[in-house]
Design a protein around this ligand. Structure first.
Ligand SMILES: N[C@@H](CCC(=O)N[C@@H](CS)C(=O)NCC(=O)O)C(=O)O
Length: 209
């Protein structure tokens, strides 16, 4: 398997966590010539990261969530999804909500901070983050991790999203912190060695960039 990875990317960090947790050894390549460059597009026409390609296949698979699900399917040892279909789909919905609402609104907030903006624009983004967190807070079962007594993909998404929110809070002065149980779950996830190592690496690479 080939993995196009970028050390400063939150989305790549998710894939790196799954790879570390499952003890996989892909051939890791940076985007050749830099992200979105011609050389990168010659290797993978979409020229975005993360992307993975399996030996004997032509497809460069994109989207961190799809990549995580494919790795789960290909490498079921050390599972990162619950056995119950209902919980599995709850977890996937949680990951999709975090991406579509919380993470995208966090990046919107960061972009807004760089230009003239209205309070309403910021509030709308904060409301999208709050809605995603509220849904999780109200829907997740009472368990040690988000869905079970061990780490799942949703915990990886949750931990890295809350960490991103904390970093953007520092940069913008806005409070982007989650409600209590989501915060506890994220702390729990971030204390797992595979995730804490990846987060530390992501933070040091982002600072250096
Ligand atoms: N939804 C995608 C987001 C991936 C993404 O935004 N990647 C950025 C780097 S962090 C990228 O490739 N940007 C290049 C571009 O937009 O041309 C995922 O979950 O993988």
């Amino acid at each position: 398997m080939q993995f196009i990875d970028l050390p400063t990317s939150l989305f790549c960090a998710r894939v790196r966590t799954v790879i570390q947790y499952k003890e996989l050894s892909p051939e890791v390549v940076g985007p050749p010539g830099g992200l979105g460059s011609r050389a990168h597009a010659a290797l993978d026409p979409v020229a975005r990261v993360p992307a993975v390609k399996f030996a004997s296949e032509e497809l460069w698979l994109h989207e961190s969530m799809l990549i995580a699900l494919r790795l789960e399917e290909e490498h079921p040892a050390r599972p990162l999804e619950p056995a119950s279909a209902e919980l599995r789909w709850l977890g996937r919905q949680g990951m999709a909500f975090l991406d579509s609402y919380a993470v995208s609104a966090m990046f919107d907030i960061l972009r807004l901070a760089d230009r003239r903006h209205t309070e309403d624009e910021v509030e709308r983004s904060r409301e999208r983050i709050a809605n995603a967190y509220r849904w999780l807070e109200q829907t997740l079962p009472a368990a040690q991790f988000a869905l079970a007594d061990k780490m799942t993909l949703l915990d990886i998404w949750l931990g890295l999203t809350v960490a991103l929110g904390a970093e953007f809070s520092t940069r913008t002065g806005l409070d982007l912190s989650p409600p209590r149980r989501v915060a506890e779950l994220s702390d729990q996830a971030l204390s797992q060695s595979s995730l804490s190592k990846v987060l530390a690496q992501l933070q040091s690479e982002t600072q250096a960039a």
